[in-house]
Design a protein around this ligand. Structure first.
Ligand code: ACO
Length: 311
């Protein structure tokens, strides 16, 4: 990558609704059970509630506090979401106002790949002169879920994760990025205006493993590294079996994968920052580590990035 100006993460935070919905709770109204959900997906419970902007504001404020930055020091807020509060305006406008940011605001919708897309775009802005950015992944998938449809209802959750990115001279933390899409597969995962989320779970599963592995291998190679150099993998949390399969095919021990799907379910754009913050808060990610972020989602889209933590 050619850049004279990079970025590093200086603050992070999350927000999840208080309401915990367990697998047993879902079994009351759906023909499903805790054993099936845990075995087939790895999910034990999820958080449900709030709005995308509320969760994004809470996560964003936590990230700013951690970075020791004021809202008026942020040049732009970039919100990755596939569940905006409204069609217009972008939910980032509500977030900008709610936090008191004086800089720009825009949404990125690349479904579950959204946070890695947003993070890549943010590094581009830093390279052309931005000083500080707030990047958030926030979702309320519960609002577009048909709670009578067990195929989707058992998978989804709500939440948000945010990071503050600050410019540094030199390459910074982002060693490589790979953004991909295949719009001819858009029928696999979709939600029409006013409708519910539809997904072809089996086909997405098959494709997901392939695009995660291919894009991750490309990102690792473009970073000038091998899989053995990767200290931590922060994958999109759609299904524990997808994470396991991807790790196996990449040749990365599964112990290096951050897993939060058991607690939060699939939170789309929020899942990678939720997992990243979990790794940071539990001391699993330290300065100098190489961390691989990798996601896939509706579109289909996929995205992988390798960070050298701390720059
Ligand atoms: N509870 C109990 N039984 C169920 C449930 C359920 N919730 N769902 C399906 N079953 C049954 C099926 O009817 C089937 O029964 P049968 O064998 O008698 O016919 C059996 O369980 C197996 O069903 P499959 O559909 O084959 O289950 P599979 O192992 O494929 O798991 C799942 C389904 C979890 C959806 C999986 O395919 C998956 O995770 N796919 C990927 C989803 C994904 O990644 N989505 C993209 C991101 S989502 C987003 O962007 C918002």
């Amino acid at each position: 990558m050619i850049t004279t100006r990079g970025g590093i993460v200086t603050g992070w935070g999350i927000a999840v609704p208080d309401k915990v919905v367990t697998n047993d709770d879902l079994s009351v109204t759906l023909d499903t059970n805790d054993a099936w959900i845990q075995e087939r997906t790895g999910i034990r419970e999820r958080r449900i509630g709030g709005t995308t902007s509320q969760l994004a504001i809470e996560a964003g404020l936590a990230a700013l506090a951690k970075a020791g930055r004021r809202p008026d020091e942020i040049d732009a807020v970039i919100l990755a979401t596939t569940t905006p509060d409204q069609m217009v305006p972008a939910t980032s406008a509500t977030v900008q106002d709610g936090i008191g940011i004086t800089g720009g605001a825009f949404d990125v919708n690349a479904a579950c790949s959204g946070f890695v897309y947003a993070l890549s775009v943010a590094h581009g802005l830093l390279a052309i002169g931005a000083e500080r950015l707030l990047v958030i992944g926030a979702e309320t998938l519960s609002r577009i879920t048909d709670w009578d449809e067990r195929g989707v209802a058992v998978l989804v959750g709500d939440g948000a994760g945010a990071v503050v990115l600050e410019a540094v001279d030199g390459p910074g933390q982002l060693l490589s990025w790979v953004l991909g899409a295949d719009g001819s597969l858009r029928h696999l995962l979709k939600c029409d205006h006013g409708g519910y989320l539809y997904m072809d779970g089996k086909e997405i599963f098959r494709k997901a493993v392939r695009v995660v592995v291919d894009s991750a291998e490309q990102a690792i190679a473009e970073a000038g590294l091998t899989v053995d150099d990767i200290d931590l993998i922060v994958p999109h949390q759609a299904n524990l079996r997808i994470i396991t399969a991807a790790c196996q095919r990449l040749g990365i021990p599964e112990e290096k994968a951050v897993v939060v799907i058991d607690r939060y379910g699939n939170t789309s754009s929020a899942s990678i920052p939720l997992a990243l913050v979990d790794a940071l808060d539990t001391g699993r990610l330290e300065k100098g580590d190489h961390v691989l972020l990798t996601g896939f989602g509706g579109g289909m889209t996929w995205a992988s990035a390798v960070l050298h933590w701390g720059g």
